[in-house]
Design a protein. Structure first.
Lengths: 140, 140
DNA sequence: TTTAAACTCTACCAAAAAGGTATACTTTAA
DNA sequence: TTAAAGTATACCTTTTTGGTAGAGTTTAAA
């Protein structure tokens, strides 16, 4: 029941971009340095965030990355899903055939877990990045 | 954000024992066969459940395992914790020193995640095994 | 009192996932 | 034209997970 280290990094990266605000460009090296993640790994995460359209990249000299959406339109759920994939607290909730007893449809556990999962997703979706950058100053 | 396969098995094992009811003995081989888990792995899980006092073992011929508590006194949270350890949706919530920026105490994300984690734990704790065995018949 | 059906303990192993790095590009402002 | 940026793909290492093995110990019952 953990988010991955990579998702944690992705959250910090989006926080960094959120502080700068939608549309403002910053290069990967600056983010990496400030957030304590290696440049290479930062780049890898940034590419995933690009592919899912939360940020966009600007190639060439003076390039970098910028937020596509406003921080209050992006939730923890959104970013964790980009990295870790859909929330599924048990494999049978992602794929009913994964139940090795073949009875996901009649299983009380399955039903209970689905209820919990729905609540978890809702809670992660409630937290927007606008809230996460409260009291944060600009980076120099 | 998944429970492990092993925790899933443990849940089924406790369900099996819950159907039989507190104090009733069944041997590992029977559980293994009914729940679709190998005997060896079942034994391993049973030992962990013993150590944490949810079940007790009976050695020797006609031995096996039985529930120590009533099914309505055992929750999904209890059993998942036996196998997967304490719930901690991010490493910084288990150990504040794990924050590689060293600012768990002032971190907005940390604070938000703790709130979500508390809700998750509460939800898993709400589900008791008495509820999970509704409509389940005895095993033959 | 012997036997076999049970559980116990510790260690080990293989596969999968996670975390991270390397190489060889392409794009573009200045 | 050049160097500062991002891109794409592939690879590697470590940790976690899932599972197995071997050599015991205990005990009901014949």
């Amino acid at each position: 029941m953990k988010i991955t280290q990579e998702a944690d990094y992705a959250i910090r990266i989006i926080i960094h971009l959120s502080v700068l605000g939608k549309g403002n460009i910053v290069d990967a090296a600056t983010i990496a340095e400030n957030e304590g993640v290696t440049l290479r790994f930062t780049l890898k995460i940034l590419r995933k965030l690009c592919k899912d359209n939360f940020i966009r990249s600007h190639r060439g000299v003076k390039g970098g990355y910028s937020l596509v959406k406003d921080p209050d339109e992006i939730s923890l759920k959104d970013i964790i899903e980009v990295i870790d994939g859909d929330f599924a607290i048990n494999k049978c909730l992602k794929d009913e055939n994964a139940c090795n007893l073949g009875k996901a449809d009649t299983c009380n556990v399955h039903e209970a877990l689905r209820g919990i999962q729905d609540i978890i997703i809702r809670e992660f979706d409630k937290v927007k990045f606008s809230q996460l950058i409260k009291n944060k100053r600009e980076y120099k």
